[in-house]
Design a protein around this ligand. Structure first.
Ligand code: AGP
Length: 590
């Protein structure tokens, strides 16, 4: 996924405004960045772009102008180079385009354009859009040229385009998000509403195949397939500005880890007003599914244990990228609950479209208001974790699990009990975030920092906990970590445990304790360095991390302990904890 930001209005420092807007979007992709501005005096477009993170760069050498667009890239077509960075221009340099998505059928058009003597300088699919627009603009007005080019594109895309003597920004989306922000005498565009917060709370989330033409005092929206005008309604964003900022924290991940007690308390006290309604839908359905990707898939898996333990109810679980291969039996009585922080994960969106075709009802648990998943769902539960900027999900994930705890209690009429259990988890998380606990976990990170492999075991609810902890460790510290169902150790993985191998065992005060302790002993017997994360110490532990018992919600403080361990491993390795290599905040392309 990429970050997109656009401005048109009375401010002349539009290049700097857009550049600063990109900093709020860099978590979406940070291979390279670029800004284009229309200079009013020189009546031409000036571009500054470069491979690498925004870092300490600036756009002070770009001229004043009232129209600017900017982009942060997550490379798909073409390597990470200055030339392949966006924006991309046509032959004349009068047109500039930025793009999020994949222009699947670009090659044929590139060949035809080259035959028409268009000169290309990059390896990207995006540059083809610029030359298509240039070609069509010989006969059509600018906005119609952009529309005609867009309608030729296959794949899921969002583009925004400017032309030097056109006082407008043209934006079109199909599958990749675009949000219009409304100001006084100025208007904005972004791929994520959170980037608009410093400027406006009045937004409109473009629907698929909608084109917005932004002028200084006017925004027109139409459908690119029918040509019809769209009478859109603005929405008011419910976030305040500082929610998306680091504040006193050194990075977003630590800030978002520390936000968890407040967010979990808010979920416990308000929950989703839809809880009872969704519980009824689950009871009424014949076959229901929890579906997620990555960390969200671990939340979905945890949901199956919670529904069983708390409500004696069966619910299926599937990973988003696999769900499409075993949903043929879904029907109008089926209920699918996709779980997603961003609401833009392509594997979720595509599998939900298939589920919808089978007639299933879709109730999403999603964090981003107005996201594609939010808008395609029949019912939506907002995680309400606020904007999550660190690529590694922390508060959104525990927020997902908190909602599933409440939902599992709602299934047997005990939502009040569910809120009490959640507040026990909040208390336990606060203890895990205490100075003493932080010091203890930081010390452990120093001990295992040079490990090549780390194994994490759990049973029951501690199995998705183990998977999530392993995910956190590998995705930000780049140390290989493997989460395992403890019972599987003897079926193979135990062969890998050698002297000193760090073996993390989650041992909450539940029915899995004894069997899981046996797993820890097996690893110890092979020389493993056993790290017990538990409500009480045990002699088999070489290192002990206390986590206060919170019943079925102990999964939440256990996950927080894992987050902190991954965090301190990463900091000690002096890596970028918020923007790890090869990853993006939301996987919007296959
Ligand atoms: C989380 O730490 C990971 N970065 C990643 O697995 C993430 O959970 C996954 O990509 C799903 O994203 P979503 O919740 O936005 O759908």
């Amino acid at each position: 996924m990429c970050g997109i930001f656009g401005y048109i209005g009375s401010r002349t420092a539009s290049a700097k405004l857009v550049f600063d807007g990109l900093k709020n979007l860099e978590y979406r992709g940070y291979d390279s960045w670029g800004v284009a501005v229309v200079s009013e005096t020189k009546l031409k477009i000036f571009i500054k772009k470069a491979a690498g993170k925004i870092g300490n760069n600036n756009v002070d050498d770009l001229p004043d102008g009232n129209i600017a667009i900017g982009h942060t890239r997550w490379a798909t077509h073409g390597g990470v180079t200055d030339t392949n960075s966006h924006p991309h221009s046509d032959c004349t340099g009068n047109i500039s385009v930025i793009h999020n998505g994949i222009f699947e059928n670009y090659e044929d058009f590139k060949k035809k354009l080259i035959q028409k003597d268009h000169k290309f300088i990059s390896e990207t699919d995006t540059e083809v859009i610029s030359h298509l627009v240039e070609d069509f603009n010989k006969k059509l007005i600018f906005s119609e040229s952009v529309k005609k080019a867009f309608n030729l594109m296959t794949g899921l895309n969002a583009i925004i385009a400017i032309k030097q003597n056109e006082k407008q920004i043209v934006a079109i989306r199909n599958g990749s998000p675009l949000v219009v922000g409304f100001g006084r005498g100025e208007n904005f565009l972004a791929s994520d509403a959170s980037a608009l917060r410093p400027f406006t709370k009045d937004v409109y989330f473009l629907e698929d195949n909608e084109m917005a033409i932004l002028e200084k005092n006017k925004v027109r929206v139409s459908n690119v397939k029918t040509g019809k005008i769209v009478k859109f309604r603005k929405q008011k964003l419910n976030w305040n500005v500082d929610q998306g900022e680091k504040g006193k924290f050194p990075n977003f991940m630590l800030k978002e880890i520390y936000e968890q007690p407040r967010i979990l308390s808010e979920i416990a006290s308000t929950g989703s007003g839809l809880m009872e309604k969704v519980a009824k839908l689950i009871k009424k359905s014949r076959g229901s599914y929890l579906v997620g990707c990555g960390s969200a898939s671990y939340a979905a898996m945890a949901g199956t244990y919670l529904f069983s333990k708390v409500a004696k109810r069966h619910i299926n679980f599937a990973i988003g990228s696999e769900f499409g291969y075993h949903l043929d039996f879904l029907n109008i009585d089926s209920l699918v609950i996709p779980i997603s922080q961003s609401g833009e994960t392509i594997d979720i969106l595509e599998s939900m479209k298939k589920a919808r075709e089978q007639g299933a009802k879709i109730v999403s648990l999603v964090n981003v208001l107005g996201s594609s998943l939010y808008r395609m769902s029949d019912e939506k539960m907002l995680i309400s974790a606020g904007p999550e900027k660190s690529v590694a999900s922390t508060k959104a994930l525990t927020g997902m699990i908190a909602h599933l705890v409440l939902l599992s209690f709602s299934l047997d009429g005990g939502v009040r009990k569910g809120k009490k259990v959640l507040m026990d988890a909040v208390d336990s998380v606060k203890k895990t975030l205490s100075d003493k606990s932080i010091k203890n976990i930081k010390k452990l990170a120093g001990i295992i920092i040079d490990s090549k492999n780390i194994y994490v075991i759990g049973r029951g609810l501690s199995y998705p906990t183990a998977l999530e902890t392993a995910m956190k460790i590998k995705e930000i510290s780049y140390i290989h970590a493997e989460g395992l169902a403890a019972g599987e150790l003897k079926h193979g993985p135990l062969a890998l445990v050698a002297k000193g191998t760090p073996c993390i065992a989650f041992l909450p005060n539940d029915e899995t304790y004894g069997a899981n302790l046996a797993g820890a002993m097996e690893m110890k017997a092979r020389g493993g360095f056993v790290i017990g994360i538990s409500f009480k110490p045990h002699e088999v532990f070489d290192y002990y991390i206390p986590v206060k018992d919170a019943g079925v919600a102990t999964i939440i403080p256990n996950i927080v302990a894992g987050q902190l361990l991954a965090y301190f491993l990463t900091i000690k390795k002096r890596l970028d904890v918020d923007k790890p290599r090869n990853l993006a905040k939301s996987v919007t392309v296959k």
